[in-house]
Design a protein around this ligand. Structure first.
Ligand code: XIL
Length: 378
């Protein structure tokens, strides 16, 4: 993972912009008045199961600096009522959970899982089989036999899921297995096992925690494309083979200047929901070319509005998670040169115009069509 210096991150984060946004960032709570109910409240009113924010364990956040912001951050994250759900951004990944073959470590993942339990937040668990942030030992060996790698996958999924058994509303079982053109991504798993690795992961997961919904999760699934078709095909194949898959996660790492329309979002979500699986926006953020200004923040607001409104309007879309909520802790500036300010809270804890776009989308609900069908929110 490419990282940038703290200095450049600070430079980026100092953009904020109470002035550009007209928001006074009053420094209290989430910067909202007492009568303000919070995004999760509005989401539930709109028929969603949750509106959530992913978060990192403090140890992982340290690379961004900003320790002095933690109390305020924690208050919004856990106490404000803005979020009813969370996902650990890093701690449950293979790199942390099985750094050495057969040696499991749940320290990082447990920090967020425990905070979620203490603060009564729903927990989405993330991610079991992924080519990235994989422990180096998995890729270091070039001559895995199929049997050996099958055992590695089964052992990993089994140990991690058993550790978190009963705690996860959902598990991202396989993450990012496809290329943009719908072909399978080259990875150690695909190269050794072929398509079978996905089946194996889901089959294994299905036996371990009956309460956890099993998701396939990927990016660029927010508009119909060869990639969405490939994921639809995968869902159908698993269903035909009677292998449990309960959901498709649309990461929704969007770009303000190139955001999908409301109709594109709705078409993509429907394409999955009509297969009988639930859909969630699992890692929503809308990055922009920094510095942020009135123009790109307005595009970002539209980007958030379109995504959230589509989820509210399509039956089967059950919730939205933003990938952290506070700009200084976003992954974006670390990975995308020149881009940032992708979340809903600026460095000074004032909110982006996009925050109001999300509230609007949630408040509008289904545009006169009544609440979402009960069967999807039970
Ligand atoms: C990101 C984290 O937010 C970063 O802290 C980390 O350095 C890299 O991974 N898709 C995913 C997430 O499924 O796990 C990624 O999270 C973002 C892209």
């Amino acid at each position: 993972m490419q990282t940038k210096s703290i200095l450049s991150l600070l430079a980026l984060a100092s953009v904020p912009l109470a002035s550009a946004t007209g928001n006074n960032g009053n420094g209290k709570g989430s910067g909202k008045s007492c009568s303000h109910k919070g995004l999760d409240w509005y989401a539930k009113k709109a028929g969603l199961k949750y509106f959530g924010a992913a978060t990192d364990s403090p140890g992982q956040r340290e690379r961004a600096g900003y320790e002095s912001a933690y109390p305020k951050y924690d208050e919004i994250m856990w106490k404000s009522g803005e979020f009813g759900q969370t996902t650990p951004t890093n701690g449950q990944k293979w790199l942390f959970t099985e750094p050495t073959q057969g040696v499991f470590n749940f320290t990082e993942g447990d920090i967020v899982a425990n905070l979620a339990r203490e603060n009564k937040k729903l927990l989405r668990c993330h991610a079991l089989v992924w080519h990235s942030q994989l422990a180096p030992w998995v890729e270091a060996k070039s001559d895995w036999t199929k049997d050996e790698l099958r055992e590695v996958v089964v052992n990993h999924v089994t140990n991690v899921m058993n550790h978190y058994k009963g705690q996860c509303y959902a598990w991202d079982v396989v993450n990012e297995a496809f290329n943009e053109d719908g072909t399978y991504r080259e990875s150690v798993f695909y190269n050794v096992l072929g398509e079978e690795f996905i089946e194996l992961a889901f089959k294994t997961a299905s036996k371990l925690d009956p309460k956890a919904k099993l998701y396939y999760n990927d990016y660029n699934l927010e508009s119909p494309s060869p990639k969405t078709e490939a994921v639809r095909k995968l869902v159908k194949e698993l269903q035909e083979k009677k292998i449990r898959i309960d959901g498709v996660g649309l990461q929704a790492h969007l770009i303000a200047e190139n955001r999908p329309t409301l109709e594109q979002h709705k078409a993509a979500i429907k394409g999955f929901a009509e297969l009988g699986v639930e859909v969630a926006l699992t890692e929503l953020d809308v990055r922009l070319q920094t510095p942020a200004n009135e123009t790109n923040l307005a595009l970002q607001k539209e980007g958030y509005y379109n995504a959230v409104s589509a989820c509210v309007q399509v039956d089967g879309c059950i919730g939205v998670t933003i990938w952290d909520f506070y700009d200084p802790f976003s992954w974006v500036p670390f990975v995308f040169e020149g881009e940032g300010a992708a979340l809903l809270w600026f460095e000074d804890f004032s909110t982006h115009p996009a925050y109001d776009g999300v509230v609007e989308a949630l408040k509008e609900g289904r545009k006169g069509k009544g609440p979402k069908a009960k069967r999807f929110i039970a």
